[in-house]
Ligand binder design. Structure first.
Ligand SMILES: Nc1ncnc2c1ncn2[C@@H]1O[C@H](COP(=O)(O)OP(=O)(O)OP(=O)(O)O)[C@@H](O)[C@H]1O
Ligand SMILES: [Mg+2]
Length: 333
C-alpha cells in the first residue's frame, strides 16, 4: 500500500500525519481561492449574525453541549449554552471546535450567506490548525466542504461516500493507492465534513441522509441547508446531537456600512442617498430587499451602482439558486 511504502521510503513521520497535512494545504488553497472569488476576504465581509434556531430542526441543545463525543480542539474551550445563543461568523469556529457532539446544523433563508459562512468557517478551522503546536496538529481534523449531490444514503455508507468524494476532489488521492488513503483518513477521523446543499438530493432522501449521518458519522459534521428545506426534512429525520443555528437577516445599518465600504470614494450620485435612507428607515422596503448577502453583493459593486439604481438591479438579479448552481459547477471543475 502506498501509505506504508511512503513511511518506509522517506522515514519522515507517520504517513497519516503527512497525508492529513497535505490535504490541509490543498483545502487551504481551494477555499482561499473560493473566498477571494466570492468577495469574502476583501472587502471586509458582511457581518452576518447567527442565533440558535427556534425551529424544530434538532433534538435538545443540551444533548449537543453535554455530549463527550469530541473533546474541544486544542486551544479551544468547551462550547456551552451561552456560546450557542448567538454570535458573529467569527464565533462559529469556537462552537464548531468546542461542541461536545461535534455536530451543527446551520440554516438560513436563500442567499442569507450559508455557503459564505461555510467557507469562512473552513478557513478559520484551517488557520487554527496551522497555529496549533505541531505535536497536537494530528488532533485537529481537516475540514472539507462537500455538497450532498450524488449521494444515495440508502445504498452507500457515509464513510464510503466521503472516501469517493475526497478522491474526486483532491488530486492528492489520484494515485494508485489514493482510494485506500482517502478511506484511511476518513476512518481515522482526520477530516471533518461540512455538507452544504441538502437540496442537492431528492427531498425523500434528505431525512435518510440525516439519519445515516447520525448513525454512521464518527467525524465532526456540519450540515447547512435552507431553513424551509431543513424544517421539512427534520420532520422525518434529524442529525442527532446537533445544535441548530440560524443565520439572521442583515440589519439596515450593517447593510449601509457594507454598501459604503464597497463603493468608490466619493460614491456615485444617489448612493449616499440610498445608504442614508437605509439608516433612517430600517423598516423600509429597500432595507428589506437589502437584508441579505445575496442582494447586497449584487447591488454593492461600483458597476451596479453606476449603471442603475440599487432597487432596479435587485429585481434584475438571477435567483439565489441559479447563482449557487453556477458556483457549485465552477467549484467542481
Ligand atoms: N458574509 C458575507 N460577506 C460578503 N459577501 C457574502 C457573505 N456571505 C455571502 N456572501 C455573498 O453573497 C452571495 C450569497 O451568499 P451565499 O451563496 O453564501 O448564500 P446561501 O445562503 O448559501 O444561498 P443559497 O440558499 O442559495 O445556498 C454570494 O455571492 C456570496 O459570495
Ligand atoms: Mg449556499
Amino acid at each position: 500500500m502506498k501509505v506504508a511504502r511512503r513511511a518506509r521510503d522517506t522515514g519522515r513521520g507517520p504517513p497519516l500525519d503527512e497525508l492529513t497535512d497535505s490535504l490541509a494545504v490543498a483545502a487551504t488553497q481551494q477555499w482561499t481561492q473560493a473566498a477571494l472569488e466570492r468577495l469574502l476576504l476583501h472587502p471586509e465581509p458582511i457581518p452576518v449574525q447567527w442565533e440558535r434556531s427556534a425551529r424544530p430542526l434538532a433534538g435538545p441543545v443540551s444533548a449537543a453541549f453535554e455530549s463527550r463525543q469530541f473533546p474541544p480542539l486544542p486551544g479551544l474551550s468547551p462550547a456551552g449554552p451561552e456560546q450557542l445563543r448567538g454570535g458573529r461568523l467569527q464565533d462559529l469556529h469556537a462552537v464548531y471546535g468546542g461542541l461536545g457532539s461535534g455536530r451543527l446544523v446551520i440554516v438560513g433563508e436563500p442567499g442569507s450567506g450559508k455557503t459564505g459562512a461555510a467557507v469562512l468557517l473552513v478557513l478559520a478551522a484551517l488557520e487554527h490548525r496551522r497555529q496549533v503546536p505541531s505535536q497536537n496538529r494530528r488532533l485537529v481534523p481537516v475540514p472539507v466542504i462537500f455538497t450532498l449531490h450524488g449521494w444515495d444514503p440508502n445504498t452507500q455508507r457515509v464513510g464510503d461516500w466521503l472516501g469517493v468524494r475526497l478522491q474526486e476532489t483532491y488530486p492528492l488521492f489520484g494515485g494508485k493507492g489514493g482510494k485506500a488513503e482517502a478511506a484511511e483518513l476518513v476512518k481515522a477521523g482526520r477530516i471533518a465534513v461540512i455538507l452544504d446543499g441538502l437540496d442537492e438530493i431528492a427531498e425523500a432522501l434528505r431525512p435518510v441522509a440525516l439519519r445515516a449521518l447520525s448513525q454512521q458519522a464518527s467525524l465532526r459534521v456540519v450540515v447547512l441547508a435552507r431553513s424551509f428545506e431543513m424544517t421539512v426534512a427534520a420532520r422525518q429525520g434529524i442529525l442527532e446531537g446537533a445544535a441548530a443555528l440560524e443565520l439572521q437577516a442583515v440589519d439596515a445599518a450593517a447593510a449601509a456600512d457594507y454598501l459604503t465600504r464597497v463603493q468608490l470614494d466619493p460614491p456615485p450620485r444617489g448612493w449616499t442617498e440610498l445608504t442614508g435612507r437605509l439608516r433612517r428607515e430600517p423598516g423600509s422596503p429597500i432595507a428589506k430587499a437589502l437584508n441579505n448577502p445575496l442582494t447586497l453583493t449584487r447591488s454593492g459593486t461600483p458597476s451596479a451602482a453606476a449603471t442603475t439604481s440599487a432597487s432596479s438591479s435587485i429585481s434584475a438579479m438571477p435567483s439565489a439558486t441559479s447563482r449557487e448552481r453556477t458556483f457549485r459547477t465552477s467549484r467542481r471543475t
